[in-house]
Write a protein that binds this ligand. Structure first.
Ligand code: GLV
Length: 315
């Protein structure tokens, strides 16, 4: 049974995949181009993305396991039409992402970015009267309360924050005082000192936060986006940040990646830009491969897979 894996792994992890079952024939490399010759025989594909033209080269594919949480870089409609099962790695990097969210909020709360700039650029001992405050007591709105959002909520609550959030199907979520539905997005944003976006990209979430939504946010609010860039209207966000309408943003994801060098976001002092690394770690494959191995065993035994994605919902 041919498995193609496009991920930066290690020999030990590849051995672990082969050890799931003697029938497994594994072709693995960090780049899809390198293993493209194996696609015509592949039954299982494990990777971050699979362009439609590459899917067309894999007529025997039965199951795709996404190495990340967001499946927007998979041709979901084509996969569904062909009856290919899709699973994802939700849960794998929740800690990395939640720590990023907390780090970004702390940076803005304690003005660490201002202090760092002052140190490097000016070498001055300057103590502005209001060099930040505390997260405790502040309200955070978490848009998207899946595995990542729920973990951000738990950690924010541990920091003494009031946590509210938004979910497609509202229901009780631990540590979240109030869960809004998508129709109440603006009410949710209005209350928040910090907004953390952990939403997947779907037709419903694309550009969900535009000029009208940014306009209802508190002027001292900070937006942290670690979901997908296209969930936010980047031009409207840039305008709000450049004019001081919004205090700041920590952005890990962008409408176009890599963020083009001419983007005005690069020059804004109230913006933290990270190159889609909030969920990354040098040992990422150590986190992701065990779930794939578990699912591979289930697949071979004909058991239900974990983390099945609903192609109609897009997550
Ligand atoms: C990363 O962006 C992921 O979707 O896991």
């Amino acid at each position: 049974m041919n498995v193609v894996c496009v991920l930066r792994t290690t020999p030990a992890l590849e051995e672990a995949i082969r050890a799931v079952d003697p029938r497994v024939v594994l072709t693995a490399a960090p780049r899809l181009d390198t293993v493209a010759a194996a696609l015509p025989e592949a039954e299982v594909y494990f990777g971050w993305e699979l362009p439609a033209d590459r899917l067309a080269q894999a007529p025997h594919l039965r199951w795709v396991h996404c190495a990340g949480a967001g499946v927007d870089r998979l041709p979901l409609a084509e996969l569904a039409a062909r009856g290919v099962t899709v699973t994802n790695s939700r849960g794998t990097h929740v800690t990395l992402l939640a720590e990023y969210a907390l780090g970004a909020m702390l940076m803005f709360a304690r003005h660490l970015h201002v202090a760092h700039r002052q140190q490097i650029l000016h070498r001055t001992w300057h103590r502005p009267p209001a060099l930040g405050g505390q997260l405790a007591g502040r309200t955070v709105a978490i848009l998207g309360l899946g595995a990542i959002g729920a973990d951000v909520a738990r950690r924010c609550a541990q920091f003494g924050m009031r946590v509210i959030g938004l979910k497609r199907e509202p229901g009780a979520v631990p540590h979240v005082e109030r869960v809004y539905g998508p129709e109440a997005l603006e009410a949710c944003l209005r209350e928040a000192d910090y907004v953390v976006v952990t939403l997947p990209l779907t037709p419903q979430t694309r550009r969900m936060i535009g000029a009208a939504q940014l306009a209802v946010m508190k002027p001292h609010a900070v937006l942290v986006n670690l979901g997908r860039g296209e969930v936010v209207d980047e031009a409207a966000l840039t305008e709000a940040l450049a004019t001081g309408r919004l205090r700041g943003a920590a952005l890990d994801v962008f409408e176009q990646e890599p963020l083009p060098s001419e983007s005005p976001l690069w020059a804004l002092e109230n913006v933290l830009i990270t190159p889609h690394t909030a969920g990354s770690a040098p040992y990422y494959a150590d986190l992701a491969v065990p779930l794939f191995c578990e699912n591979l065993g289930r697949y071979l035994r004909g058991e239900p897979l974990r983390n099945v994605v609903d192609p109609a919902r897009g997550y």
